[in-house]
Design a protein around this ligand. Structure first.
Ligand code: COA
Length: 710
């Protein structure tokens, strides 16, 4: 579209302008995602002034080079002093421009980027573009006028759904909602110019969005539907600040004049940004991107292509893993020893899919497509053309070793051989292999088709290519892969063991199950640790403790009384038939009292804050050891393990983030007190790294940054 006559002017290193006939263009080039940093904002304002001052220009197209239209405010500027012009000021300049501005969108116009487009009188996009206000995912709301302008285009109720979901919508959906004026194939500047032509020739005008009233008038007259919707959509966001702040801000769109609402928005968003919840969510945004980087691998090491997969074991885990591959469009063989086991496994997969169809999360056609990608087989020969084979059979070393020794002979060279073990030594499994470099742990979490966490476990001889392949295929099948070294329990379960030990001790010393669980659910955890144990089955932990000779007197007594959790109708709690609501269990409470007595422990009242610290600080301490031993690459990886696999609420950032917020000196002092109180448990002594950082007045986050910089 760039005519030869167009003269390009570089406004600054991010923004340029050109004029082609009577159309002016403002172009941003700020890789990777055209974030609206200060130079971009200042450049856009300056370019706009220049084009408005040029009498030849009749309409202006705003577009971006590279992979996307502005993908939002520059998140890295959030912690720094603001340098004008602000996004709000830039958007007002666009909205009040004497010459009409057409935003021409490609890629993802998100947050401040979408708000910029909403400020332009006209908006066009290419079909693959998406627009959205994902600020809620960062603990904020769209403070650049998104929560004020969007309701004026699509009505407050739809706007509320839009901002609370945080999910982008497609260009076609945006067009249908009236957010876009046109969707056309072509280069962004070309479709922008074509629309500008129409604006000029047909003398199209648009009332600036901030001055429109028609879509908000009905809600202003009767907000009851809005309020009911707000209550429904925020019912499950207990303890989170951002959902309520989004509701309040959208509400201001129909209760206050635009300028007043904007002024309050600015204050409210500033407060959210300074708060710990938004800090936590921003921390996770960067943590998720950082987790894919594996330092220290040889240059040129690459993931291998994965076109086909095979799973050994058609149990709940194997079937769930197969569903992940099928969901990503990768053909997968599921292999088990008997037809009966396979049939049972495939039936479970079918039932899971049918439930998703019923819920509307996938269509019947998608279910059929996915099922067609899963091939059941009784013969291990089905691994022959797989690029990755994942073993998901029960935890028995001899069985796993036999499987790997056998399939190694049946696969192509270079096929990655992975074990889903959660409890066995990956080096011992790999010891039977002739090509241990191709072996890696891939520890999925149950239910594997739902849980996002994938611990990729590096055995001593795992090759860089096998690590990279497991990490890459993990992302492809929708998981959050985190690299872990080999140790008992890897990252997550090794830490959770410390929490379980504390939960047991709290029960011995005076608490009842509902108090222990409430300490964490009141913080925002979806489920307490003892309810979780009841759900998974108490026999699992029992048999591990027996094997290791580490008794938990109360937990063991519950199992020995025949109560195994939900599956037997009672455990820490009692369950009514067909109902998973945990209710106080008098039989277990009696067992708890008896056990305390037998152990000679005088039961005492405990505050909720004591229980929280006892449940969380020892696991944080173990996290610090896992980091200092190099089992986890970095503190933020440990946070992601807990967020994606153990129900740690996102707005609380994960254990190592929480440690920084609580203050490491406080944690060290509390751990020393716990250790003094429990002489038999040396693991409660604060980890060396924790003590070192506390003494230096640093946090894990600073430590991670300083290591990344070196
Ligand atoms: N500010 C600063 N940096 C940003 C950014 C932003 N708004 N959005 C993305 N980046 C950075 C990422 O950190 C990453 O940097 P890295 O390569 O150093 O890790 C890089 O841009 C590419 O982002 P990535 O997410 O890896 O690319 P993608 O193509 O998978 O996704 C987006 C692109 C835009 C969809 C995604 O980055 C995103 O959702 N960004 C946040 C958008 C947002 O929340 N905007 C509202 C902020 S107010």
């Amino acid at each position: 579209m760039r005519a030869d006559t167009a003269i390009m002017t570089q406004v600054n290193d991010k923004i340029s302008t050109r004029i082609d006939g009577d159309i002016g263009f403002i172009c941003s080039n700020n890789p990777p995602v055209n974030a609206l940093g200060q130079a971009v904002r200042a450049g856009v304002v300056e370019a706009l002034e220049a084009l408005n001052a040029d009498p030849a220009v009749k309409a202006i197209v705003l577009y971006c080079e590279g992979r996307t239209f502005f993908a939002g405010a520059d998140i890295t500027e959030f912690n720094k002093p603001r340098v004008p012009p602000t996004i709000q000021e830039m958007i007002l300049a666009l909205e009040n421009s004497p010459k009409p501005v057409i935003a021409a969108i490609h890629g993802t116009a998100l947050g401040g980027g979408f708000e910029t487009a909403l400020g332009c009188p006209f908006r066009v996009a290419i079909p693959s573009a998406k627009v959205g206000l994902p600020e809620i995912n960062l603990g904020l709301f769209a403070g650049g006028g998104g929560t004020q302008r969007l309701p004026r285009i699509i009505g407050p109720e739809k706007a509320l759904e839009f901002v609370l979901s945080g999910k982008p919508v497609s260009a076609a959906q945006a067009l249908a909602l009236g957010i876009l004026d046109a969707v056309e194939e072509g280069a962004p500047d070309a479709i922008g110019a074509a629309f500008a032509r129409r604006v000029i020739d047909e003398k199209l005008t648009a009332v600036p969005v901030s001055r429109r009233d028609d879509k908000i008038a009905a809600t202003r007259a009767d907000p009851s539907a809005f309020d009911a919707l707000a209550a429904k959509l925020t019912a499950r966001s207990k303890g989170q600040e951002a959902p309520a702040a989004n509701v309040a801000s959208v509400r201001r769109s129909f209760t206050l004049p635009f300028d007043e609402a904007m002024a309050i928005d600015a204050e409210a968003n500033r407060a959210l940004m300074a708060g710990s919840q938004s800090r936590a969510l921003r921390h996770l945004f960067f943590a998720e991107r950082e987790a894919a980087r594996i330092p220290g691998l040889p240059e040129g090491a690459k993931a291998r292509d994965v076109a086909k997969a095979a799973i050994i074991g058609a149990g709940t885990m194997g079937g769930g893993i197969a569903m992940c591959f099928a969901g990503a469009g990768i053909p997968v063989a599921v292999i088990d020893t008997t037809q009966e086991a396979l049939d049972r496994g495939m039936e479970r997969v079918r039932t899971n899919y049918a439930t998703s169809v019923k819920r509307g999360s996938i269509s019947q056609a998608q279910m059929d497509e996915r099922l067609a990608l899963i091939t059941p087989a009784v013969d291990r020969a089905a691994v022959a053309d797989a690029d990755v084979v994942i073993e998901a059979v029960f935890e028995d070393m001899a069985v796993k070793q036999e499987i790997f020794a056998d399939i190694e002979k049946r696969v192509k060279p270079g096929t990655v051989l992975a074990s889903n073990t959660s409890a066995l030594d990956v080096d011992e499994i790999a010891s039977v292999l002739e090509r241990p470099g191709d072996f890696v742990g891939m520890h999925f979490f149950s239910p594997a088709n739902v849980m996002k966490l994938l611990e990729v476990v590096k055995a001593a001889k795992t090759s860089p290519e096998a690590i990279l392949t497991a990490m890459a295929v993990g992302r492809r099948i929708g998981k959050m892969p985190i690299l872990s070294g080999n140790c008992d329990g890897f990252i997550g379960n090794r830490m959770v063991a410390k929490r379980s030990a504390q939960a047991e001790r709290l029960l011995q010393q005076g608490a009842f199950p509902q108090q222990v669980d409430a300490a964490l659910t009141n913080l925002g955890f979806p489920m307490g640790p003892l309810t979780t144990n009841d759900m998974s089955g108490l026999d699992i932990g029992y048999s591990i403790r027996k094997r290791r000779g580490t008794p938990f007197p109360i937990a063991d007594a519950i199992v020995e009384s025949g109560q195994l959790g939900q599956k037997t109708g009672s455990g820490y709690y009692r369950y009514e038939p067909g109902d998973r609501t945990p209710r106080p269990n008098p039989q277990t409470e009696a067992l708890i009292l008896e056990t305390s007595k037998r152990l000679g422990i005088e039961r005492r009242d405990m505050s909720e804050s004591e229980m929280v610290e006892r449940l969380l600080f020892p696991l944080i301490n173990e996290g610090a050891r896992i980091i200092e031993e190099g089992i986890a690459l970095r503190p933020s990886d440990v946070d992601l393990v807990w967020i994606n696999g153990y129900g740690w609420p996102r707005h609380l950032g994960g254990p190592m983030f929480h440690a920084d917020e609580a203050g490491l000196p406080h944690i060290v002092a509390r751990l020393r007190a716990f250790a003094a109180d429990t002489p038999g448990d040396p693991s409660l002594q604060p980890a060396a790294l924790l003590v070192e950082l506390a003494e230096k007045g640093q946090g894990f986050s600073e430590w991670q940054k300083s290591r990344a910089a070196n």
